[in-house]
Design a protein around this ligand. Structure first.
Ligand code: GLA
Length: 464
């Protein structure tokens, strides 16, 4: 009920001004105007227009008031933002110590909270109440105790991202004190669509908790990689997902206007500029999620197959494995054909990722696009994480004039594709994707263009 109420308040109160552009049927509309546009009223549907951070914050304010009966007390009011990410290339390489090349999106999660530390014997010591507008919890509010001896995974998976993120900081709460938090969460990412809605949620909550602790004199580690690692730990421990570091890293650390070439073995990165107005990244949401995906059974299976292939050639990870040695070992019966195919994807994807970064720096978009198409083919044939819907979207994009390359992005089994195109070609591309996808599957895909946004940050904290 609370969600419905909050959504109604939100829908009624938004006069929108758009920050970038909206991809309507056949048009790329540059925005500097204010207009009243319909929002995505259905939870499952993602509007093609990107809501600004300010709009999300306003929605969170409205939602907070509806959920908790009053706005946060300004003395304890905090808000944090963390983006989703799109991975341009380097897929399923992060947990193999390889290279990835994500950039932060302009879509993500805003958390607004009334937060403070209270005495450990106070009535609300450790009390966390969370409400959201995004269907993440179904109806009602999630309430749990953020106390070291009590905090563990609960029933709803969305709640476990929040629990998991907060759990990482319980050791930083001073002796004799406890957190007390009321939070409202608003997001603009398709859930489970391969754009890291989960990492965006975990990282936003972590950023918010850091701000609350800082308000009480705690110092957040200067190295934001610590936060990324904590957020990954949250997913490992509270969701049981053996994910790599890419999503949390991108959400926490990506510099605006850049993708990052991240070496997942050393956890160091180089920024790669993404600032050429002549090209545009278009994300297409297939709106299909096959149950074998990341939260299903296949992600951990891929992780295990890669580990087995690395072990077979005596390598710590596939990062240091060579293709000829892997092939020889498979011939000797030391690994299965399937394990070899998984390893082949990872080894070649690492090369493609580094080459892609080079090509992007040189603005050699033909080379970059070719690498994207090869990456998709390898994910489809060697890694077997594509889906007919994703293959179709890539095929449609690749057949459009002015498109350099396209591929599935994220864990696969549905979700989104990312396409690198000449900016001028975007209207025709979107038209083609929508029509072709509808013809093939009877489904509507959602398309949006994105620039490279920046990593997580605190939006609001009480004035000293
Ligand atoms: C998911 C995981 C990441 C990464 C990708 C595939 O997004 O969370 O760590 O493994 O899949 O590249």
């Amino acid at each position: 009920m609370l969600h419905v109420l909050a959504a109604a308040v939100f829908l009624g109160s938004n006069l929108l001004s758009c920050c970038f552009y909206c991809l309507c049927e056949g048009f790329v509309i540059p925005f500097s105007t204010s207009s009243k546009l319909p929002l995505d009223s259905s939870k499952a549907v993602v509007a093609d227009r990107t809501r600004t951070r300010e709009e999300l914050l306003q929605a969170a304010r409205d939602g907070f008031r509806a959920a908790f009966g009053a706005p946060p007390d300004p003395q304890h009011e905090y808000a944090a933002w963390a983006p989703g990410r799109v991975n341009l290339i380097g897929e399923h390489t992060d947990y193999n110590g390889g290279f990835v090349l994500p950039c932060a999106l302009e879509r993500g999660t805003v958390v607004l909270a009334a937060g403070r530390l209270v005495r450990a014997d106070a009535a609300d010591a450790g009390r966390v109440r969370v409400a959201s507008m995004d269907c993440r919890g179904g109806d009602g509010m999630l309430t749990f105790a953020a106390l070291p001896e009590e905090l563990g995974p609960g029933e709803e998976s969305w709640g476990n991202y929040v629990r998991g993120a907060i759990a990482q900081y319980l050791g930083d709460v001073p002796e004799g004190r406890a957190l007390a938090l009321d939070m409202f969460i608003v997001g603009s990412l398709p859930l489970g669509g391969g754009l890291s809605s989960s990492a965006s949620l975990t990282t936003a909550v972590a950023t918010l908790v850091e701000a609350v602790l800082e308000g009480e004199g705690w110092q957040a580690p200067e190295d934001a990689r610590v936060k990324a690692r904590r957020c990954r730990r949250a997913e490992h421990d509270f969701l049981g997902t053996p994910c790599g570091i890419m999503d949390q890293f991108a959400s926490a650390l990506c510099p605006p206007g850049h993708a990052i070439l991240l070496d997942c073995a050393s956890e160091t990165f180089e920024p790669v500029p993404l600032d050429d107005g002549a090209v545009t990244l278009v994300i297409t949401d297939s709106r299909v999620t096959h149950s074998l995906g990341q939260r299903g059974s296949q992600y951990p299976v891929r992780v295990a197959q890669c580990a087995a292939a690395a072990r077979a050639v005596g390598a710590d990870s596939l990062r240091s494995a060579e293709l000829p040695a892997l092939e020889q070992e498979a011939k000797r019966g030391g690994m299965s054909e399937v394990e070899l195919a998984r390893a082949r994807h990872v080894v070649t994807e690492n090369e493609r990722c580094v080459n892609f970064a080079d090509a992007l720096r040189k603005r050699d978009y033909d080379a970059a696009g070719a690498a994207m198409l090869e990456s998709h083919a390898s994910l489809r044939d060697n890694y077997e994480v594509s889906a007919p819907e994703l293959d179709k979207l890539v095929e449609l994009a690749a057949a459009t004039d002015g498109v350099y390359g396209s591929r599935l992005t994220g864990a696969g089994f549905g979700g989104c594709t990312v396409t690198l195109a000449q900016t001028d070609a975007v209207p025709a591309l979107v038209r083609r994707l929508r029509r072709g996808y509808k013809e093939a599957f009877g489904l509507d895909c959602a398309c949006f263009a994105t620039r490279a946004g920046g990593g997580a940050r605190v939006l609001l904290r009480p004035r000293p």
